[in-house]
Design a protein around this ligand. Structure first.
Ligand SMILES: NC(=O)c1ccc[n+]([C@@H]2O[C@H](COP(=O)([O-])OP(=O)(O)OC[C@H]3O[C@@H](n4cnc5c(N)ncnc54)[C@H](OP(=O)(O)O)[C@@H]3O)[C@@H](O)[C@H]2O)c1
Length: 315
């Protein structure tokens, strides 16, 4: 699988990363019940097929996703680029809060290292902004963690340029993790050019819009506690418009002998500012299918057609 770098001295990441939000199981923003055995198979399939990095977060299943990943990677830790996050914490009832206070981060990282069964984290990312605490203090704490060898690279997620600039004054940001896919293109205007200019890696999340762009999405199959039941793009009137848009993409996917899901992931990677696409999966079969989003290119003509269809359907 092709690999990309975000700077001369950055590590090489495969075009696809394994996303682990789904495998966390039930929590406030969970995807309904999961089968841990299937999750393990999915991660192993990803790694055995050449995917060299995993994205996770403590919040995914309140530690559950990190624990599953820790079990899988312990025998091959040095071959994997492991990314996790901090800043979303939970109370005794499992309710999620933002907290980027340095003290909270010091506790979070120790818990993540334990669950992940590792002595270091390759990429540590601030999951969401936290208005209650000055980002400068938070970022200084991350620099300290880097200096004492607990983390190797420093990332942010869901940050805007103003917030990134405040971090950059203290220490360069290695990566940004934003949402980016066929129906969520707002980062193209300012964030992507900014990252390109500053040499910040872009790790695009939800390339399939959490399953919606696969062409196989069926809302009636979702568990009662799957967060997608409440997601704005999963409700009418947007849901039908998006499903119509995907139908229009099918002939383009057909020309390459691909599914619309594979086309959607490839489309994200057609933007050279993107370092890698983080693709979530519940089963090894999904991973296998998604691997076919690599090693081919969408033509310029089709990229233009996709732009036009997007403008028609997603006003
Ligand atoms: N930083 C952040 O705030 C943030 C936010 C969102 C995501 N992320 C990261 O990005 C990763 C990916 O994003 P995402 O989980 O939202 O979703 P995604 O990659 O857009 O879609 C993944 C989901 O689509 C379905 N799917 C995947 N492959 C499929 C296939 N071949 N056929 C049919 N269905 C398939 C599966 O769900 P079902 O089988 O249940 O339909 C799977 O869990 C996350 O796991 C996480 O690591 C980060």
């Amino acid at each position: 699988m092709n690999r990309r770098k975000w700077g001369i001295n950055s590590p090489e990441l495969t075009e696809l990363g394994f996303g682990s939000w789904t495998i966390g199981g039930p929590w406030q923003y969970g995807w309904g019940p999961v089968n841990d055995f299937e999750s393990i198979e999915a991660i192993e399939m990803a790694l055995d097929s050449g995917i060299n990095w995993i994205d996770t977060a403590p919040a995914y299943g309140l530690g559950h996703a990190e624990k599953i990943i820790g079990e899988v990677i312990k025998k091959r830790r040095s071959t994997i680029f492991l990314a996790t996050k901090c800043g979303l914490v939970w109370d005794d009832n499992g309710k999620i809060f933002n907290n980027l206070h340095p003290k909270s981060i010091r506790q979070e990282i120790e818990a993540s290292l334990k669950r992940l069964q590792t002595e270091y984290i390759d990429l540590y990312q601030l999951h969401w902004p936290d208005k209650a605490h000055p980002v400068e203090k938070t970022w200084e704490e991350l620099v300290k963690l880097k200096n004492n060898g607990k983390i190797r690279y420093l990332g942010v997620s869901n940050f805007d340029i103003a917030l990134m600039e405040r971090c950059q004054k203290i220490n360069p940001i290695d990566t940004l993790q934003p949402p980016y896919n066929l129906i969520r293109r707002d980062i193209e205007k300012e964030l992507l050019p900014y990252c390109q200019a500053k040499g910040i890696g872009v790790l695009a999340y939800s390339p399939l819009e959490s399953g919606l762009l696969t062409g196989k999405f069926d809302i009636t199959r979702l568990a009662a506690d799957d967060w997608r039941r409440k997601g704005i793009n999963f409700r009418e009137p947007r849901l039908s418009r998006i499903l119509d848009f995907i139908k229009k993409l099918q002939p383009i996917a057909d020309e390459y002998g691909k599914t619309t899901g594979q086309l959607a992931i490839r489309w994200v990677l057609s933007n050279q500012t993107v370092t890698s696409a983080i693709v979530g999966a519940r089963t090894k079969h999904q991973v296998k299918e998604n691997l076919d989003a690599t090693n081919w290119e969408i033509s310029k003509k089709h990229l233009e057609e996709i732009d036009i269809l997007g403008r028609q359907f997603l006003k």
